[in-house]
Design a protein around this ligand. Structure first.
Ligand code: ZN
Length: 497
């Protein structure tokens, strides 16, 4: 005789509980699902092994030996049976180990076949019919879900096997996708009842597999009368062909973000890979120079590179560099000491064209700082310029007196193919110029971010006004441009640390 069971059930009358157990087991419902439908609220009870649970359930019906124990259970499609046994849990452990992820704790995410909702609803209706008072006002929200029960039992077992805590929240997720071949077919009657709910979904997604989702199935079930349901769907029975499958165990780590500042010393290097009509237009890019060494260390799958503004291919990025951040998806290595990060930085800096500083792992919430105030920020530049006639020192010195000059820039011809046509107001905060030789001078500029410098110098056929040519009365052109600074105090400087 098993020890009496702890935990409250819907019914306090042992005779009623016994009847419920007999009704459910006659339909082949498994011990864990029986406990769920009985309203068991004690998590610990679900942690027991299948054999122990069967004993507990038997104790509820006076230790009847002939209780059915079918496979798979028609309510959970075997998820709380085969998929809670040692062989499958071992498969998970193997999958996690061979994924080779670094993680400190973990969660499990389960997706269960949508028709399991319909099946659970059917059992609830069966109970409502036989035990009206007890189940009349209860719905699926009131019973423990398949997912929760699965986790209550397997969480501690997996945690022990992986020697890592199982948590409610974690950056590392073990994803189990359960599928059941006949799921859609079992849901078909729902679309006869509410064609609009499912038709909309079908058109938008153009994907038949997604016609039935947990959300829309749950909605239709809650709007359906018990009579309609019972007329169109019979209480499921145990059938050996009805075991659901779990073909894939996927391990995913949350993205890790790494930030820093980069300098670019080349006039032939684009910021991102330059691909036109499927072919490469440049050997490398700032992004690739930085991400190559990162990928080798973090072992991630995809990267997303972003920066505070960008410079043209032929423009150098000097000074303290331009802030950037790389989002690294599903990394397999995530723990790095500051020393190792410095080594990665040194590895990147073997590049002749690109150097980085302040390389650091940052929080996802911090990366908005990168785009923040992109327009308000000040940027400084130096440009090597040419004039058709020599400019006198006085003419050049006069530029220094111009402060907070408002200019109007029509979208430059060279970017019209990717930017809408508009006239933008920008401010040149200050300027100064140094003579190089008769026809050449260096122009230093401090401007509002988003100012088109090349166009300010040559005027872009009058599309930027005023411009350097109109200010000096001489035709001017720009030969070389360098960004000297991008004023953004993020990410934090590491130079003194
Ligand atoms: Zn079950």
């Amino acid at each position: 005789m098993a020890a009496p069971m702890k935990g409250k059930l819907f019914s306090t009358d042992p005779a009623v509980t016994q009847e419920i157990v007999l009704l459910l087991t006659q339909h082949g419902v498994c011990a864990r699902c029986v406990l769920r439908f009985l309203g068991m609220g004690d998590v610990g009870q679900f942690r027991a092994s299948t054999e122990e649970l069967m004993e507990k359930v038997k104790s509820l019906v006076g230790d009847q030996e002939d209780l059915l124990s079918s496979l798979p259970c028609p309510a959970c499609l075997g998820i709380l049976q085969v998929y809670l046994e040692e062989p499958f849990l071992n498969r998970i452990v193997e999958a996690v180990k061979s994924s080779d992820h670094q993680f400190q704790n973990f969660i499990c995410s389960l997706t269960t076949p949508v028709c399991s909702l319909v099946r659970e609803h059917a059992f609830l209706l069966l109970l409502r019919e036989k035990f009206k008072a007890l189940y009349e006002h209860r719905d699926l929200e009131d019973i423990a879900s398949v997912k929760d029960v699965w986790k209550w039992r397997s969480g501690p077992i997996l945690a022990a096997a992986l020697d890592t805590p199982f948590e409610l929240k974690s950056k590392f997720d073990i994803i189990l996708h359960f599928t059941f071949e006949k799921s859609d077919r079992e849901c078909t009657f729902l679309s006869y009842h509410s064609p609009d709910v499912f038709r909309k979904r079908k058109n938008r997604q153009k994907n038949y597999g997604d016609t039935y989702t947990r959300a829309n199935v749950a909605r239709v079930l809650s709007n359906m009368t018990d009579t309609y349901f019972k007329r169109n769907y019979s209480t499921p029975k145990s059938d050996e062909k009805n075991l659901c499958r779990c073909d894939e165990i996927k391990c995913v780590h949350d993205a890790v973000f790494i930030a820093g500042r980069y300098n670019k010393y080349s006039r032939t290097l684009s910021q991102t890979p330059w691909i036109l009509d499927g072919g490469r237009k440049s050997q490398s890019s700032v992004e690739e120079e930085i991400c190559g060494p990162l990928k080798k260390q973090f072992l991630y799958t995809e990267q997303r590179f972003s920066s505070s503004g960008r410079e043209d291919v032929d423009v150098r990025m000097l000074g303290k560099g331009r802030p950037f951040v790389v989002e690294m998806e599903n990394p397999r290595r995530v723990q790095f000491t500051p020393e190792v990060l410095r080594e990665i930085q040194q590895e990147i800096n073997k590049s002749t064209d690109v150097k980085v500083r302040d390389l650091q792992i940052v929080d996802k919430n911090d990366i908005n700082r990168l785009k923040e105030g992109e327009i308000e920020k000040t940027k400084t530049y130096s440009a090597l310029c040419w004039s058709r006639e020599p400019l006198s020192r006085q003419q050049l010195d006069k530029l220094q007196d111009i402060k907070d000059l408002v200019i109007y820039q029509k979208t430059p011809i060279r970017v019209l193919h990717r930017r809408p046509l508009a006239t933008r107001e920008r401010v040149i905060y200050s300027m100064s110029a140094e003579k190089v030789d008769d026809l050449h001078f260096t122009l230093n500029l401090s401007t509002q971010a988003g100012t088109y410098i090349k166009e300010f110098v040559h005027g872009d056929f009058g599309r930027t006004t005023p411009n350097l040519s109109s200010l000096t009365g001489q035709e001017c052109d720009i030969l070389e441009l360098d960004v000297q600074s991008v004023e953004l105090d993020w990410p934090p400087s590491l130079e003194n640390s």
